[in-house]
Design a protein around this ligand. Sequence first.
Ligand SMILES: [Zn+2]
Length: 317
Amino acid sequence: MLNIPIGGFCGKIKWGFWAHQRINRLAVFSLPPEMQVFFKTQINYLTENAVNPDKRRYAVVGEAPRHYIDAEAYGDSALYKLPYYWKEAVEKYGEDTLALNGTVPWAIQQYKFQLTEAFRQKNPRRILRVAADLGHYIADANVPLHTTRNYNGQMTGQEGIHAFWESRVAELYGESYDMFVGAAMYEHKVAHRAWQAVRNANAGLDSVLRFERELSAKFRPEQKYVLEDRNGVIVKTYSREFSERYHQLLNRQVERQMRASVKMVADFWFTCWVDAGQPILSDFSHFDLDEQAKKEEKEEKMGWLKRLFSVRTESDN
Ligand SMILES: [Zn+2]
């Protein structure tokens, strides 16, 4: 039983797809009516495409580092000492080092800039794509395990904790979460907010790991894990009893981090729109991707999948 890999985990990924999609979706409801007139009609696009960055993570060069930052790579209090801005960070550490240790606080700033540009250009397709991506990186920045090298508990004998925290717990209890965050607010200090998010997330890391360790000492392996049938595939996952106890010990931490993500996504989308001069979006209230664009996006996603599985071509043989 224990040799079956723990379900849901495949590398240094994400909030589960469920959480990412829910975060983008809920953020739409905090926007002012002038934005909802476009964003609400596209809520399914923003929801579905919330997971694009994870899908292309192993297929697109330069994608992987945008999802995390390994705080300990830079010594004590790194998240308070690292340069706020990318240019200064590159001057100090070089791009290779930064890419190796993750870039999420800077990626958020880059995507904030791109979304503002898309609004300025009044380019509806670009607005949607970049908004969906920005929502993803913001959500990742709010996950404690995205701020450490020990991202899956692999350095402390807690393998599987990543999917446990962000998929299993979120999916079991997520429906009961209070996700009301109120109206989006203008963010004057974009860089500061991005760094504050990873600092807050990192402050929760100790609890994430410690509570799992303490509980594991009280549960026998056969109580801690169960085998579940998911669409005909047997996966090993954390038992409901273990999950429930962990959820209680965390005292709604997953809920708090999800809510912080929703709030931040809404605030950032709104801020981009304001910085672009509040373009009239009602022109796009009937916008739909044309057939060509739909085809392109479908092919792009197929391309990520293909590269993920590194299909060997005839010439490789
Ligand atoms: Zn991610």
